[in-house]
Design a protein around this ligand. Structure first.
Ligand code: KIV
Length: 271
């Protein structure tokens, strides 16, 4: 991990160097100051302020309702915590599709008001105009292909994408189009591992997988899922590294018991 350990601050260039040096990139979501600080201190390379905040923070069924103001708020909280990681901020649904001027305006607001370092957009050839215009302002862009949750009403389900040849071919040409447009990296969500590996090998920019197998150049998970805080979501690709939901439940139960039993606060905990 020579490139990663040398980097005092991770930039888009660090990620590209990591790909060239065959070093895997680690990425996690965060939406608030306290968890972002822990994640950054642990040495993550990239923090994604994902629009999954819509599900995880706000309890919505989809990522569609979250607004630009919400995303800027979450991103600012994360930026306040981070010393080393690259902070990438999702552009929410309705702030970049079909209107490249709107896309540029939205991306500028994100960078200016939150202090984030880059933006992520979902989609392929159909959003290349927006990507190119955002890049004219010097704002780095990460792409996102495969399962793109903002299009849930088009797909109808959250199942694996690009299993059939036609969709796999489209994914390959979309990946090339995003690289040519100037994206510094692409997220592949829920696509066959072989396909993700093949495209990752053919691209010069790093790919970050979620449910896309081990041959992507890096991996991302939703923090609350991998920590076992959100327990109702259990896709095959999710590895749980902790059971914080259970830990929190026991702690809160014990607190209630202590209050009810007159055990808390004791004299040492009083003035
Ligand atoms: O919003 C999000 O958390 C994401 C990841 C699943 C890649 O886009």
């Amino acid at each position: 991990m020579v490139v990663a350990s040398r980097a005092k601050k991770v930039t888009t260039h660090t990620l590209q160097e990591m790909k060239r040096a065959n070093e895997k990139i680690s990425m996690l979501t965060a939406y608030d100051f306290s968890l972002a600080r822990l994640v950054d201190e642990a040495g993550i390379d990239v923090i994604l302020v994902g629009d999954s905040a819509s599900n995880v923070m706000a309890g919505n069924d989809t990522t569609v309702p979250i607004t630009l103001d919400h995303m800027i708020y979450h991103a600012k909280c994360v930026v306040n915590a981070v010393d080393r990681a690259l902070v990438v901020v999702d552009m929410p649904f309705g702030t970049y599709q079909g209107d490249s001027k709107l896309a540029l305006k939205s991306a500028i607001r994100i960078l200016k008001e939150s202090g984030g370092h880059a933006v992520k957009l979902e989609g392929g050839i159909e959003i290349v105009d927006s990507i190119k215009r955002i890049l004219t302002a010097g704002i780095p862009v990460m792409g996102h292909l495969g399962l793109t949750p903002q299009s849930i009403y088009k797909f109808g389900t959250y199942s694996v994408r690009a299993k059939e040849e036609e969709e796999a071919n489209k994914l390959m040409s979309d990946s090339n189009a995003l690289q040519e447009a100037g994206c510094f990296s692409i997220v592949f969500e829920k696509i066959p591992a072989d396909l993700a590996g093949k495209i990752s090998k053919s691209l010069e920019i790093p790919t970050i997988g979620i449910g896309a197998g081990r041959d992507c150049d890096g991996q991302v998970l939703v923090l609350h899922d991998m920590l076992g805080i959100t327990k109702q979501f259990s896709p095959r690709f999710l590895r749980r590294y902790a059971s914080l939901g259970d830990t929190i439940n026991s702690a809160v139960k014990q607190y209630i018991t202590d209050i009810r039993g007159g055990d808390f606060p004791n004299s040492d905990e009083s003035y």
